[in-house]
Every structure is written in C-alpha cells, then in structure tokens.
Design a protein around this ligand. Structure first.
Ligand SMILES: Nc1ncnc2c1ncn2[C@@H]1O[C@H](COP(=O)(O)OP(=O)(O)OP(=O)(O)O)[C@@H](O)[C@H]1O
Length: 611
C-alpha cells in the first residue's frame, strides 16, 4: 500500500494518515455509491430537483432557435413587431429559467441538510461505540475533520456537482444534437475536441484524487494541532512554547498551502485545456460557417443560431473541470468518512454465562495483555496475572510507574480485552456479560478526572443514570466535595470546558463522587486521591471506607495512606503480580514494596540482587 506524505503532529502517536493508502487508481464512483443509503430517503426530492435543473438548462438552448427565427424572419423582413415578439419570448424564457433554478434550490436545500445531519449523527454514534484502542490510534483532529469539513464537502457534492454533472451532460448532448441537426459538418468540427478532452479528464481525475486526499488529511493534522494548542494552552504559556507551537502550525499550514496550490495548478491545467480546445473548434466553425454564408450555402440565421448554441454550451463544458474536481474531493471525503465507519465497533457478542458457585468477587485467571498497537515481538504489558479479590474485599494495587496498574484496571470494564486468560465477576466471565450490565456492575474513577460541559449533578449522575438528588448528595458527601455548596448554583453549576474552572482536587472529588453514586458492586479506582491535600484525603478515605465495605474494590495506590484503605495489597512488578498480602506483611517480606512505600532505594537493589 502506498502512503500519503501527510505530516504527523504527534510523533508518539500513530497517525492514521500514515497508514491509509491512496490507491494507485481508484474510481470516484465507488466510494460515492456508498452514500446511497443516506440519499435514499431524499431520492424523490433530489431527482425532482435534478429534473427541474435539466429542464431549466435545456430551456437555455431554445434561445438560439428564437434568435434564428428573429434573424431569418422579422430582421430579414424588416418587421419591428416580429422583433418585439421575439424579444418578449426571449424575456419569458429567461424568467422561466430563473424561476426553475430557484425551485431547484428550494427543493434540494432541506433534504440535503438532513442527509448531512444523519451522516454526522451516525459518525458520532459509531465513535462512541468504537473500542478505546481505536481512539488510542487516531488523532482527534482527524476525527473532527471527518465530522465537519468532509461532511460539508459531501453535502455540497450532492447539492451541486452531482446534479450539474447530470444537467450539463444532458445539456451538452442535447446541444450537440441540435448543432449536428442544424449543420452536421460544422457540428462535427465542434465535436472534434471531445476525444482529447475525455483523455485529459481521465488523467486529471487521478492526479487530483491524490492531491485532494493529501489536502484533506493535512486539514485533519492541522485541526489536531489547533485542538492540542487550545487544550494545552497553560503548558504552552507556562513553558513559553508559543513560538515553537506557532512554528509547528505554520509548517503544517505551509504544507497544506503547497498541496492546495498543487490542486489549483491541476485545476488550472484542465480548465485551460477544457476552455482552449472548444474555443479553437468554435473559431474553426466560425470561419467555415462565414465562408458558407458568403457562398450562400448557409443562411445567416442558421449561422447565428449555430454559434449561439455553441456559446450556450460554453458554461456546461467549461464547468466540467471544477465539477470533476469537486466530485473527486467528495469521493475522498466519503472514503475518509467510511474509513472510520468501517472500523469495527466493540464486540457486542455475549459468551456463555458461566456461573461457578463459590467464586464470588473479582478474579483474574492467567490474564495476559498486549496493547493492540504494540510490536509483535514485544513483551506483553501484563503476564500470567492470577489474582482473587474476594467479595466485599478492597485490594490495593501497588507498583512502580509503568508496571501496568492502569492497564490492569482498564481490563475489568473491558476498555480493552484480555489477550489470554479471563476475568470473572462473582463467577461470571466478563465476556459473557452484556457491556451495559458489566458497566453497571463496575464503576471507575480515573487518575485524570474528566468533567463534561454540564452541571455538577449531571456530571455525577453519569455514574448512575437513574440516580436521585439524594444519591448525588450522598456521593458528594463520600467524596468530601462540600465545595459544591459554595459554587454559584450549587449542584446545578455548570462545570467542564464551557463552565466554571475547578481545581485538580475538586475535579478528582467530583470524579470520585461519579464512581460511587450508583453504589456499584465492583469499584475500580485508579489513584483517585492523588491531587488531594492530606486532610481532605483522610476525610475522603474515612467516607470511602464506609462505601468500600459494600463493594468489591481494586484501588491503585501510590501512597501508604491510600493503601491503608485496603484489606490486602497486590504488588505489580513489570507486568506480573509478584506478591499479595496485607500492607504489614508486604512491608516485612518485600523489599520492592518497602521501597515503593518509603522511597528506600536500597531495598529494591537488594531484592533485585537476591532475584
Ligand atoms: N494505549 C497504549 N498503547 C500501548 N502501550 C501503552 C498504552 N498505554 C500504556 N501503555 C504502556 O503500557 C505500560 C503500562 O502502562 P500503565 O499506564 O498501565 O502503567 P502504570 O503502572 O499505571 O503507570 P503509572 O503509575 O505511571 O500510572 C507502559 O509501558 C506504557 O507505556
């Protein structure tokens, strides 16, 4: 597969534009046909609008016939009344043509807006259902540009180029038939450029498809940079990186500008050929026709009609260049849209429900995990994990940075699927549970708390859709989020990106409240207290202890105070569980644990030497 030369913005992340191929030659028709399910519901209105446009455009071809009648009739006969009548007919034709084009616009505008809305809704729904591993790989700007600019290009294509390729095609065919009927010799002279024109269009289509793909991918990269700059504005300002960020942006916009200029050059080339060849043929026809009129073998009216028909065909022929260009852009946009839509959603299948009595709690059996985008020959992130967290028990997960703690917690709600082994909740394999049920059973709080642009209550209730205000109050109490009462509108205060800015600790407490609001059977907390001061942490821990008494919990912990919440501790070392026991047992038996809890640098070295 060939690759595009789109610039990637984040070297740590695989950019889809590097993986996606611009085929050596791919017809624009194939991807555009995939739009049919969306166009189907509006097909009658679209076809009606196209038919109206065909009639309006063909009406334009009647002008030369009226002219011929005026020249050969009233003008030759010196009859002013006839000339006025002819002019009246021309005016009426013009008005009808304008009205018909207006009607076309009215017919098409609303249905096409609904096609775009339906496609965008499907894309959004699909993005929500794609696995986390998909989002790990795709730069957000690439997804944003598909949902915005690409869909706009598709709507424009349905409104304009698609209709006018048909309309102009019919008009050109009808016009050429008229020309040949009026004088077949002159008609053939005008037809002569058709063959080279078709060859040029064919070549243009391929070159333009590649440039347009590159440009649209580069728009995605640019969107990513803008998005990252907005989200990371504090870091950019804090580190005085605005110049280097601006350089990166300018670099990308320069690349995009280059690609746009390539497109413009290609378009200018084809427009020049499309204009030049027919003009040359028209010039030849004019000379031959004038000689024929002088010889008396052709009437002046026929020559006027012939030339005005040819001139009426100028716009339909000249427009083919940019109509093809717009169609190519729409084909690229459609391909980009379906690249996301074709990505497989989370496997909704539910396996056989195996309930093994006596196996309560959360159990990892021979679990192994490797990230989908990890190198084939790399070590798995997690290996041979056997761990049993008994029903109602709280297990702390301790390990050095990068040992795989977050990864292990992400396996329980199936943000990623294990590559080997299995995880059971009260004896039921998590792959046998419908995802909705699994995510009701398991609740999570992440180290990096994300709040949405909604009220405090709505943010908390994301953890329990049908939760009551009392439950929200209780959850906020557990998370010691009493600061909420001091917010301008209490629990109804808008927070998140478009709302009030909260501190890191405040956001963490709301995320914690979200995880406990539904009193989940299983609770997974990924270092949820890291941003709290010691007093708040102690208060949250006291309240959490009461909540945790009813839940089976796995808590990632870095500090002894968090570990003390737990009944037992599991030590994760380079992707393997190397010790399980109470805090005091592990302090006695594991030097690595001692080191992690106390910062004793000698302990780990000693243990490594013993191993
Ligand atoms: N999406 C991903 N794709 C590939 N590798 C990943 C991905 N996320 C994490 N990793 C790798 O997996 C390993 C374990 O990461 P993980 O986040 O689970 O560690 P952790 O123990 O939670 O670390 P910390 O205490 O710093 O949060 C790391 O080497 C990390 O680089």
């Amino acid at each position: 597969m060939a690759t595009t030369d789109a610039t990637t913005t984040d070297p740590g992340r695989i950019d889809e534009t590097d993986q996606l191929a611009v085929p050596v030659r791919q017809s624009a028709v194939q991807p555009l046909l995939r739009l049919w399910p969306y166009v189907r519901p509006v097909r009658a209105r679209w076809a009606g609008a196209a038919a109206v446009a065909v009639v309006a455009s063909c009406l334009g071809l009647l002008f030369p016939l009226v002219l011929k009648w005026i020249v050969d009739g009233p003008v030759t006969d010196r009859d002013p009344g006839g000339v006025w009548l002819g002019a009246g007919v021309l005016l009426a034709l013009g008005i009808v043509e304008a009205l018909l084009f207006g009607l076309r616009r009215w017919l098409i505008a609303r249905p096409l807006a609904s096609v775009e809305a339906a496609m965008r809704a499907d894309l959004y729904r699909h993005l929500q259902r794609l696995p986390v591993s998909f989002h790990d790989r795709w730069a957000s700007g690439q997804l944003l540009s598909r949902g915005t600019t690409d869909l706009m290009v598709v709507r424009m294509f349905l409104a304009f180029p698609l209709t006018f390729l048909i309309v102009n095609g019919v008009t050109i065919a009808a016009g050429l038939a008229l020309l040949v009927a009026q004088d077949w010799g002159l008609g053939l002279v005008l037809l002569a450029p058709a063959v080279p024109l078709i060859a040029v269009c064919y070549r243009f289509e391929h070159g333009y498809a590649q440039a347009s793909r590159r440009a649209q991918d580069q728009v995605g990269d640019l969107t990513t940079v803008v998005e990252e700059s907005v989200l990371g504005i504090r870091i950019i300002k804090g580190f005085g990186r605005h110049r280097s960020q601006a350089r990166a942006f300018h670099e990308l916009s320069r690349t995009l500008r280059g690609t746009e200029l390539t497109k413009a050059r290609l378009l200018a080339g084809i427009l020049a050929v499309i204009t030049l060849l027919p003009e040359a043929a028209l010039g030849a026809a004019l000379v031959i026709g004038t000689v024929q009129v002088a010889d008396g073998t052709l009437s002046a009216g026929t020559l006027v009609a012939f030339l005005s028909t040819a001139l009426a065909l100028r716009w339909p022929i000249e427009s083919i260049g940019f109509l093809l260009a717009m169609s190519q852009e729409a084909a690229t946009a459609t391909r980009r849209y379906f690249e996301v839509m074709d990505a497989e959603e989370e496997d909704p299948r539910v396996g056989r429900a195996a309930v093994e009595p006596g196996e309560g709690g959360l159990r990892f059996d021979g679990v192994e995990f490797r990230y989908p985008d990890a190198a084939e020959d790399s070590e798995p992130t997690l290996r041979r994990i056997d761990l049993h967290i008994r029903s109602g028990e709280t297990m702390a997960l301790v390990g050095a940075t990068g040992s795989g703690k977050t990864t292990l917690t992400a396996l329980v709600p199936r943000l990623y699927d294990v590559t080997a082994g299995r995880i059971t909740l009260d004896g039921r394999d998590i792959t046998s549970l419908p995802r909705e049920e699994l995510r009701t059973l398991v609740s999570m709080a992440f180290e990096e708390p994300t709040l949405f642009s909604a009220s405090v209550a709505e943010n908390v209730l994301m953890g329990a859709e049908s939760g009551t205000p009392e439950q929200v109050e209780r959850a906020l109490g557990v998370a010691q989020a009493d600061f909420v009462q001091r917010l301008p509108h209490g629990v109804d205060t808008e927070v998140g990106e478009q709302g009030l800015s909260l501190s890191g600790g405040q956001r963490q407490r709301l995320a914690l409240a979200r995880s406990v609001v539904g009193a989940p059977r299983f609770l997974i907390l990924d270092d949820p207290l890291s941003a709290l001061d010691v007093h708040t942490e102690a208060a949250v821990e006291a309240a959490l202890r009461r909540v945790l008494a009813d839940s089976t919990a796995l808590v990632v912990a870095h500090r002894p105070s968090t570990v003390l919440l737990a009944d037992r501790v599991a030590l994760l070392s380079k992707g393997r569980i190397t010790a399980v026991g109470t805090h005091h047992e592990l302090l006695r038996t594991s030097a690595e644990y001692r080191h992690l809890m106390s910062g004793d640098p000698a302990g780990e070295t000693r243990e490594a030497a013993q191993a």
